[in-house]
Write a protein that binds this ligand. Structure first.
Ligand code: AP5
Ligand code: MG
Length: 213
């Protein structure tokens, strides 16, 4: 099964993809997480990506496509989180899946209003090792700066600072909203209102995906 989780920055894609991956065994592929790992490793791609990411802009399509290409046919099934984000990426995904004799089973759109997104992102911190997200107001790590899950360092992402949050929202509207239209025109999108507790969102997500997982 291949499921695409779509939604603006802070909609909860990563939170829910992690849970779904744990409960189903599907592979969680987050292009944001993969890029942050490249930045930490100081690779050529990481050095190139860092400036774009810190400003809240997208990393050029060609780099993203080659980074993700080899994983999309994983036999465990794949949860795509943060990809595709442009129409060029969506077309390239279609082509790769078609070549592998595969398709997309579901596209789920997480709808959350902008004020709530800005609140979530402004109070978020993440583990720099395992990427577990925290909310510094309502769900902080038990020991300040230390991940409850893996003991890694919990940090505030550079792109969760106010200027970058604004840019990310605009870039999403300009470049990723058309990807939703691309899938809607094929009737493949399930909409969920992704507010309420993470448990209740997981419930809605499971229903949207149906009995296939
Ligand atoms: P990426 O890491 O994908 O960032 P994003 O899309 O901006 O999404 P986020 O990770 O910020 O939000 P999320 O939806 O995962 O929410 P989360 O679960 O963390 O990408 C970062 C950058 O990498 C991009 O800007 C770009 O530069 C580059 N990049 C990545 N992919 C690319 C691509 N395909 N093409 C080009 N460039 C690319 O939750 C957010 C917060 O809310 C957390 O604190 C969480 O605890 C909390 N929360 C979650 N659910 C709830 C809930 N139900 N109620 C209350 N709080 C909640
Ligand atoms: Mg994320």
């Amino acid at each position: 099964m291949r499921i695409i989780l779509m939604g603006p920055p802070g909609a909860g894609k990563g939170t829910q993809a992690r849970r779904l991956s744990e409960s189903t065994g599907m592979k969680h592929l987050s292009t944001g997480d993969l890029l942050r790992a490249e930045v930490t490793a100081g690779s050529e791609l990481g050095l190139l990506a860092k400036g774009f990411m810190d400003r809240g802009e997208y990393v050029p399509d060609s780099h993203i496509i080659s980074m993700i290409h080899k994983s999309i046919a994983d036999p465990a099934g794949v949860l795509l989180d943060g990809f595709p984000r442009t129409v060029v990426q969506a077309e390239s995904l279609d082509e790769s899946l078609e070549n592998a004799g595969l398709g997309i089973d579901k596209v789920v759109h997480f709808a959350v209003d902008t004020d709530e997104l800005v609140n979530r992102l402004s109070s978020r911190a993440v583990c720099s090792d395992c990427q577990t997200p925290y909310n510094l107001v309502s769900d902080a790590p038990s020991k300040e700066g230390v991940c409850d899950k893996c003991g890694g360092l919990v940090i505030v992402r550079e792109d969760d600072k106010p200027e970058a949050i604004k840019t990310r929202m605009c870039v999403y509207e300009e470049q990723t909203a058309p990807v939703l239209d691309y899938y809607r025109s094929r009737g493949e999108v399930s909409e969920i209102i992704a507010t309420g507790t993470p448990d209740s969102v997981f419930e809605k997500l499971s229903q949207a995906i149906g009995s296939g997982v």
